[in-house]
Design a protein around this ligand. Structure first.
Ligand SMILES: [Zn+2]
Length: 257
């Protein structure tokens, strides 16, 4: 049975370890914040309000629509196993078609008076945070959300593909609105990964408003000339900042050691 003093020492040592860990953790995030100091509590409170309303209303309407499609026999899934490349192709079809749907719907939402009624709420945050994902009007959530129902009605994909499709939109949304850039520097230089958007890419849509409309890829932005030309350079600057912060931390670590 350890003595009271030993337990106290363990607690103090634990508290110090947690504090040091949190400090490093905070530094890690701080160095990767896309817009330092961009968070506004007032905007965040308004976002909570709209997220709750929209999630309730749009989820209800989307579920009803889906049930209606099911009742009509318009949606069937292929059950059983399928080779991985079939699942991959089905998923890629969804991914690129949704990206197209989202890009053009999003461009349209930026035209007045549609912007004012449908999309303005989502643009309250010029420096997005994860909750911004769901802070939108029910109309916008339905326009984007109805795509999966229409897609599976037109293309009878496998169950396994649907299991991959279902979480994609919310996860991508949370990721691009995170407010932090975690991807490595080579991301925009590799011929493959550069065709998938980063958090910085979408963050710049919120900051500059007229560029970077793509939801999953920058393909349509490049084709239509709506990509922000300084995006790659800004991404590199963010990576420089993260690298500098790492060097400072390493130097501090060496000095302490
Ligand atoms: Zn927008």
């Amino acid at each position: 049975m350890p003595s009271g003093d030993t337990i106290l020492t363990i607690y103090i040592a634990g508290a110090i370890a947690v504090a040091v860990g949190l400090g490093i953790w905070r530094g890690f995030f701080q160095a990767r914040k896309i817009q330092p100091g961009g968070f506004r509590l007032r905007t965040f409170r308004n976002e909570i309000f709209f997220a709750v309303i929209t999630l309730t209303v749009s989820a209800t309407l989307l579920v009803w629509t889906r049930q209606y499609f099911d009742a009509q026999g318009w949606i069937t899934f292929r059950s059983g196993t399928a080779p991985w490349y079939v699942i991959g192709l089905e998923y890629a079809l969804y991914f690129f078609l949704f990206d197209t749907w989202f890009y053009w719907g999003h461009r349209l939402m930026h035209v007045e008076p549609i912007y004012k009624w449908v999309h303005k709420v989502h643009h309250w945050s010029t420096s997005p945070n994860p909750l911004t994902t769901f802070s939108e009007t029910p109309m916008e959530a339905i326009i984007n959300g109805i795509f999966v129902t229409l897609f599976v009605a037109v293309f009878p994909v496998h169950d396994a593909t649907m299991a991959l499709i279902a979480p994609t939109a919310p996860l991508m949304g949370l990721y691009v609105h995170s407010g932090f850039e975690f991807l490595p520097r080579w991301w925009n230089r590799s011929w493959l990964s550069k065709w998938f958007i980063t958090a910085t890419f979408h963050d710049q849509h919120h900051k500059y408003f007229r560029y970077n409309f793509g939801g999953y890829t920058p393909i349509w932005d490049y084709l239509c000339g709506t990509n922000r030309s300084k995006y790659e350079a800004d991404f590199d600057k963010l990576k420089d900042r993260a690298a500098r912060s790492r060097k400072v931390q390493d130097a501090a670590g060496l000095a302490e050691g």
